[in-house]
Design a protein around this ligand. Structure first.
Ligand SMILES: [Fe+2]
Length: 385
C-alpha cells in the first residue's frame, strides 16, 4: 500500500519542524484495483501533542486511512466505546494522567483483537518490549520515518484482519462442533430411548404371561449389577450383564400356558419343555444387535458352577461371568420373596445359604463379591423402583 512517491526519507520530526504536509499525490491503484482492495480501517491517533497528532493524521489520511484523533487515553477509550469495528490505534507512550501502556491494557482488555502500534521515545527499549509483551502489534521510535509509520500501520492492519479471520474461522468451527454434538446427542438419545422401549416391551410381554415377573426381573437386574460393580465391572459390560439379568426368563414366552401357569408340580415331559426357555430366550435376543451380548447370559442363566445345570451343563468359568453373577441374584430374590407355600427368608439367611453353596451352585469369586454387599445395601436395592 506504501506509495513510491512518498517522502520516504523524510522524518515526521522534520515535517513537524518545517510545518510541511505530506504530498497530495494521486493513487496508483486503478479503479478496478481500488474496488477490489478492502477499505482501509479508521486509525485512531492518540497523542497529547496536537502538532504530532495532526502530522501523523495527515500522513495516514494521505495513504487512504480515515483518521480519528484523541488527545488523551480517556478520550481514546471514549471514542472506542460503542464502536463495533476492531480498533486500529497509533498511540503515544508518554501522556499526562494515563499513559500509553495503561491505554494499551485497557484496549486489549476490551477489544482483544485490536491492533495497537505504540510510539516510544529513544532509549526506552524496556517500554517497547513491555508493550509487545502486553499485546501491542508493533512499536515505533518517536518521531518515526513516514515509511516506517505506514509499514507499521499496514502490518498492524493485516495482523488485525488475520486475527479477525482466525476468530471467525474458530467461531464457525465451534458452531459446527456444537451443531454436530447436538445432532449426535439427539441421535444417541433416540437410540437410548429405542433400547429402553425395546427392553420395556420385552419385559411387559413376559409379564403379560406370568404376572409378578416384571418386579422380579427388575430386582434381579439391580442385585446382579450391584454384585458386578463389586467385582469392578463397569460401562458396556455392566449394561450387557444388566440387560441379560432383566431378560433372563424372556424365553418363557415360548412355553405353553398349561405348563408355565400350572399350579401343581410338572411332569417329566413338562420339565423338558420348561427347560427349553433359555434356548428360546437366546433365539429371541440374538437377532437384536444391542441385546446379542445379553443373549449369552440368557442362554446360560440356569447353569451351575459344578456343571449340574442346563441347557448345556457348562462348568466353572465356561459359564459366562454375567450368568454366574445372575445365579446368585436370582437365588437371593427367590429366597427373600414370599411364596404361597412359605414366608420370605431374611437377607442374612439368604447370604448364609448362598455362601454355603459357593463352589457347588455358585462361582466362589462372585459369592465373595456378593458378600461385600451389606444388608442395608441389599434392602435399598430391593425397594428401589
Ligand atoms: Fe429361568
Amino acid at each position: 500500500m506504501l506509495r513510491r512517491d512518498l517522502p520516504t526519507t523524510l522524518e515526521i520530526g522534520e515535517m513537524l519542524r518545517l510545518g510541511s504536509q505530506p504530498l497530495d499525490t494521486p493513487s496508483e491503484l486503478s479503479p478496478l484495483e481500488q474496488e477490489a482492495a478492502p477499505r482501509p480501517p479508521t486509525v485512531l491517533v492518540v497523542d497529547d501533542d496536537r502538532a504530532v497528532r495532526d502530522v501523523l493524521s495527515a500522513v495516514l489520511r494521505d495513504e487512504g486511512y480515515p483518521v480519528r484523533q484523541a488527545s488523551s487515553a480517556d478520550a481514546a477509550l471514549e471514542l472506542l466505546r460503542g464502536d463495533g469495528s476492531v480498533p486500529l490505534v497509533l498511540c503515544d507512550m508518554k501522556m499526562p494522567e494515563h499513559d500509553g501502556l495503561w491505554l494499551l491494557d485497557q484496549i486489549i482488555q476490551r477489544h482483544p483483537q485490536a491492533a495497537v502500534v505504540m510510539l516510544t521515545g529513544y532509549g526506552d527499549t524496556e517500554s517497547a518490549v513491555e508493550c509487545l509483551k502486553r499485546g501491542a502489534a508493533d512499536y515505533l521510535l518517536k518521531p518515526p520515518r513516514v515509511t516506517e509509520l505506514i509499514r507499521a500501520i499496514e502490518r498492524a492492519w493485516s495482523r488485525s484482519r488475520l486475527t479477525a479471520a482466525r476468530s471467525r474461522y474458530h467461531q464457525g468451527l465451534a458452531r459446527k462442533v456444537r451443531e454436530k454434538t447436538a445432532e449426535l446427542t439427539a441421535a444417541l438419545q433416540g437410540v437410548a430411548s429405542a433400547y429402553s422401549s425395546t427392553l420395556d416391551a420385552l419385559v411387559h410381554a413376559l409379564d403379560a404371561r406370568e404376572h409378578e415377573t416384571s418386579d422380579h426381573s427388575q430386582r434381579v437386574q439391580r442385585y446382579t449389577c450391584a454384585i458386578a460393580m463389586k467385582m469392578g465391572l463397569s460401562g458396556e459390560t455392566l449394561d450387557h450383564i444388566g440387560r441379560g439379568a432383566l431378560l433372563h426368563d424372556i424365553g418363557k414366552i415360548g412355553i405353553p400356558d398349561s405348563i408355565l401357569l400350572k399350579p401343581g408340580p410338572l411332569t417329566q415331559a413338562e420339565w423338558v419343555e420348561m427347560r427349553r426357555h433359555p434356548d428360546v430366550g437366546f433365539q429371541i435376543l440374538q437377532g437384536i444387535e444391542f441385546l446379542a451380548p445379553a443373549a449369552d447370559i440368557v442362554l446360560s442363566h440356569q447353569e451351575r458352577w459344578d456343571g449340574g445345570g442346563y441347557p448345556r451343563a457348562l462348568e466353572g468359568e465356561a459359564i459366562p461371568l454375567g450368568a454366574r453373577i445372575f445365579m446368585i441374584a436370582d437365588t437371593l430374590d427367590a429366597m427373600t420373596s414370599d411364596r404361597p407355600y412359605r414366608k420370605a427368608a431374611t437377607f442374612e439367611q439368604a447370604v448364609q445359604e448362598i455362601t454355603r453353596c459357593a463352589r457347588t451352585q455358585f462361582d466362589p469369586r462372585c459369592v465373595e463379591a456378593f458378600g461385600a454387599l451389606t444388608a442395608e445395601e441389599l434392602e435399598a436395592l430391593r425397594q428401589r423402583r
